[in-house]
Design a protein around this ligand. Structure first.
Ligand SMILES: C[S@@+](CC[C@H](N)C(=O)[O-])C[C@H]1O[C@@H](n2cnc3c(N)ncnc32)[C@H](O)[C@@H]1O
Length: 313
């Protein structure tokens, strides 16, 4: 279903299901022979959600059947697993760096099924604010509670749509804009219209004391290139058709979820506003962690730029 201005979702629907896709890829990476990341909670989420299109990542039997129907599925799934593994490693390192530098306030925007609050060795005194749609946070909190998992920092859930006045909700939940914070917007920006993206970074900037940290993966150069978008769409529809034959539940059309609009380059904007910025493209990040993009599948990934920044003191 196409997006609307005030749409909402639970974990198995619409944009919520993308969080399950990420979790399934993290589960597959964690359980692989030479994992780059270790996220034991990813499997817990996938099991709790039941069967869906995400199961193709995390269930080898289902993957084998999908490959019989559509041989390209294997390389596309592996690329997605590598994408999520390297992305997860990038954000993990970002947060550990921020914690080492003394930052004790963390804000995870569009937290989805990111389990860093339960996984990373946060220093004493760290508070993590997690923002996402209410039903997504409910699923996450209830699933981990039933599993007996304990957060490793003080967790504050801020259930809200990020198109609403989340800065107010965040501050009412205890966030202190006079102290530095570490922010992540991981796997979020393409699901926001271009204007909402601008507003998101303006709001982060206005809540960021000097010494704050920020990381995001954002649409990279060529993101709206019509030929690339056409090929991605075609690829996605083939994969979707194969999945529909195997999974007995509604298959979200992920192509309907993102906004193919020209956007303000976030790295340049942040520099203008006094942040020191480092960037890496998707293939640079893959190479950094010893993964590669197969020649015949490179077009399957939307161009992505990884941005990490620190606001100058
Ligand atoms: C691809 S998932 C990424 C989740 C998490 N950051 C990760 O990398 O594991 C996208 C997440 O963005 C959230 N999201 C997207 N648009 C949102 C909005 N307008 N308000 C709140 N959450 C939103 C979805 O609910 C979903 O959890």
């Amino acid at each position: 279903m196409p997006r609307t201005d005030n749409d909402s979702w639970d974990i198995t629907q619409s944009v919520g299901a993308t969080a399950l896709g990420v979790a399934a890829a993290r589960a597959a990476e964690t359980e692989s022979a030479d994992p780059l990341i270790n996220d034991p909670f990813a499997r817990v989420f996938v099991n709790a959600a039941g069967e869906g299109v995400w199961s193709i990542y995390a269930d080898p039997g289902l993957l084998a059947k999908a490959v019989e129907l559509e041989p390209d599925v294997r390389s596309r799934i592996q690329l997605m697993i590598d994408f999520m593994a390297t992305r997860t490693a990038f954000f993990d390192e970002f947060f550990l760096g921020a914690a080492d530098s003394g930052v004790r306030q963390v804000v995870i925007l569009a937290a989805g099924l990111d389990a860093r609050t339960w996984r990373l060795p946060w220093p004493d005194g760290t508070v993590v604010y997690e923002l996402d749609q209410p039903k997504v946070l409910d699923f996450k909190t209830n699933t981990l509670r039933e599993h007996g998992a304990q957060p490793k920092a003080r967790l504050v859930n801020v259930p809200i749509d990020l198109r609403q006045d989340w800065p107010k909700a965040l501050q009412e939940a205890g966030f202190d804009a006079s102290r530095p914070a570490a922010w992540s917007a991981e796997g979020l920006v393409r699901y926001l219209p271009a204007q909402a993206q601008d507003l998101l970074f303006e709001r982060i900037h206005s809540l960021s004391a000097d010494g704050s940290w920020l990381a995001s993966n954002v649409p990279g150069a060529g993101f709206t290139d019509p030929e690339l978008v056409r090929r991605q769409r075609e690829d996605m529809q083939r994969m979707r058709a194969a999945a529909a034959k195997l999974v007995d539940s509604e298959i979200t059309d992920f192509d309907d979820l993102w906004y193919p609009e020209e956007r303000t380059p976030v790295d340049g904007w942040l520099r203008e506003y006094g942040w020191d910025v480092a960037t890496a493209t998707f293939s640079e990040l893959m190479a950094r962690y010893g993964r590669s993009v197969p020649q015949d599948a490179g077009h399957a990934m939307p161009p992505t730029l990884y941005v990490s920044a620190q606001r100058r003191r």
